[in-house]
Write a protein that binds this ligand. Structure first.
Ligand SMILES: [Ca+2]
Ligand SMILES: [Ca+2]
Ligand SMILES: [Zn+2]
Length: 397
C-alpha cells in the first residue's frame, strides 16, 4: 500500500497544479492531451465528465488511456469486449456504486465483460452491491489488471469486494467488504494476487472466514497452481498415469523462488501425521480440521462436510510447535496461519522442482496415500475422497 499511496499523493499535488494552471489560462485539456489519452473531470472542461462516457466513446480505442481527475464519480463503470484501455487516476478518484446516494449500492462498481482485458489503476472502488462481485466483477474469459486500488465497503452474495477469474491484482487494499455467502473480500480463481492487503472482510455463511491458502500469506499472494486438481500426470513406472488428487503450488515469479518458503496451516486443526517419508514424498504433515460446533464446511460440488484433512507434501522441513518448542507431531493442536514447514523439492533431495503438493481430503487416510494408475478411469472415486483445494478454500474463507 505504501508505494501506491505515496505515488498518488505526489501526483495529486502535481496534477492539481497543472489543472490549476490550465484553468487559469483558459486551456481546454484536449489541447495538452497526448494522442490516445482522454481526460475525465467533473468541472466540464475535460473531454468527458463521466468515466463511462470516456470508455464507451467511439473515439476511445484499444491502447488508449483514460485519465481521471480527483473527485467522487457516482456511476457504474463497465468495460466490454475487445476494447482494451487503461483507466487511471493519479489524483485518488473514487468510483461509488451507490449512484443515487440512497445508501444502497446499485450494481457492481466496475465490470469487465465479454473477455475484456483492460487495466484499472489508482481508484477507490466503493459502495457496490450485486449478486456477485460488489466492487469488481470479472465475467467469464475476462483477464483485467487491477493495481493500486482500494476496494472498500462493497457487498455481494459471492465476492463482496472482487469476484473474478484470470486477473492480475497487485498493490490493492481490499477491506470492509461483505458477502452473504462466500468470499467476503475476494472470490478469485486462476488469478495472481500480489502485495495486497486483505482486512476486515466478512463472509456471512456457516463456518465464517476460517480457511486460507498454504503459501503466500495472506490469500496465496505470489503463488499459483501449476498442476491442478484432477489434472492427469505421470508418476513414474510403478504408479503410472493418475489424476492429481490435489494441487501443486509454485511461486509465480520464478521456479525456485519457493525454495524453503514457509508453508502455513490453512485452518485450525489437529496434526495426525508429521514426518519424513520416502524419497518421492519428502516430509508430509497431515492435519484434521473439524468444523466449529453446530456448523459445517461448504463443499465446492454442493453440500457440506463436518471434517476435512489437509495434506502438505514434498516439504524440506517441519517447523516447531511454538507452544512446545519441538517439531510438530501427531496430536498437536495447530492454528490457522502457524508455520507447518518449508517448501522442498521433488523427488526429495534432487535440488530441483521445488513446490508444495497440497491436498484437501474428505476421508481419513494415511498421509502417503496416492491414487495410482487411475487414468483414464475412476475420476468419481477420487472425487469421493478428495476436494478441489482452491475452490474449497475460496468457499470457506
Ligand atoms: Ca442506491
Ligand atoms: Ca517452484
Ligand atoms: Zn502434486
Amino acid at each position: 500500500m505504501s508505494i501506491c499511496s505515496k505515488r498518488q499523493r505526489k501526483f495529486r499535488f502535481s496534477l492539481a497544479a497543472v489543472l490549476g494552471l490550465m484553468a487559469y489560462f483558459g486551456f481546454v485539456s484536449t489541447s495538452l492531451a497526448q494522442a490516445g489519452t482522454w481526460k475525465v473531470c467533473q468541472e466540464g472542461w475535460c473531454d468527458y465528465i463521466t468515466i463511462q462516457a470516456a470508455i464507451s466513446a467511439a473515439s476511445t480505442v484499444t491502447g488508449d488511456t483514460v485519465l481521471v481527475s480527483g473527485g467522487t464519480y457516482y456511476e457504474l463503470v463497465s468495460f466490454d469486449g475487445s476494447k482494451t484501455i487503461t483507466l487511471k487516476t493519479t489524483a485518488g478518484a473514487v468510483i461509488d456504486g451507490d449512484i443515487d446516494q440512497d445508501g444502497a449500492g446499485d450494481g457492481s462498481v466496475v465490470s469487465f465483460l465479454n473477455g475484456n482485458s483492460s487495466t484499472i489503476d489508482g481508484f477507490t472502488i466503493q459502495h457496490g452491491e450485486a449478486p456477485v462481485g460488489g466492487g469488481i466483477y470479472g465475467g467469464y474469459g475476462s483477464s483485467p489488471t487491477i493495481s493500486c486500488c482500494t476496494i472498500v465497503g462493497n457487498t455481494a452474495n459471492s465476492g463482496g469486494g472482487i469476484y473474478i477469474r484470470g486477473s492480475t491484482i497487485t498493490n490493492c487494499i481490499i477491506t470492509n467488504n461483505t458477502s452473504n455467502h462466500v468470499g467476503g473480500g475476494i472470490h478469485v480463481s486462476g488469478s495472481t494476487v500480489t502485495n495486497c492487503v486483505l482486512a476486515n472482510n466478512t463472509a456471512n455463511h456457516e463456518g465464517g472466514a476460517i480457511f486460507d491458502f498454504p503459501l503466500g500469506k495472506p490469500a496465496g499472494e505470489g503463488y499459483s497452481v501449476t498442476l491442478d486438481f484432477l489434472e492427469p500426470s505421470y508418476n513414474g513406472s510403478k504408479c503410472g498415469w493418475a489424476y492429481h488428487p490435489g494441487e501443486d503450488w509454485d511461486a509465480a515469479e520464478c521456479p525456485d523462488c519457493d525454495k524453503y518458503a514457509p508453508v502455513w496451516a490453512i485452518s485450525d486443526g489437529v496434526i495426525e501425521e508429521a514426518k519424513l517419508f520416502h524419497k518421492n514424498w519428502g516430509r508430509i504433515v497431515l492435519v484434521r480440521h473439524d468444523a466449529p460446533t453446530e456448523s459445517s464446511f461448504v463443499l465446492p460440488e454442493g453440500g457440506t462436510i463436518d471434517t476435512v484433512w489437509s495434506q502438505y507434501a514434498h516439504m524440506y522441513s517441519i517447523s516447531d510447535n511454538p507452544r512446545t518448542g519441538t517439531i510438530w507431531q501427531a496430536g498437536d493442536v495447530i492454528y490457522k496461519g502457524e508455520q507447518i514447514g518449508t517448501v522442498g523439492d521433488y523427488p526429495a533431495g534432487s535440488g530441483e522442482n521445488y513446490h508444495l503438493h497440497f491436498e484437501i481430503r474428505k476421508k481419513n487416510y494415511r498421509a502417503t496415500i496416492f491414487p495410482c494408475n487411475t487414468y483414464p478411469d475412476d475420476i468419481e472415486e477420487i472425487e469421493k475422497r478428495y476436494i478441489a483445494p482452491t475452490d474449497f478454500i475460496n468457499l470457506n474463507r
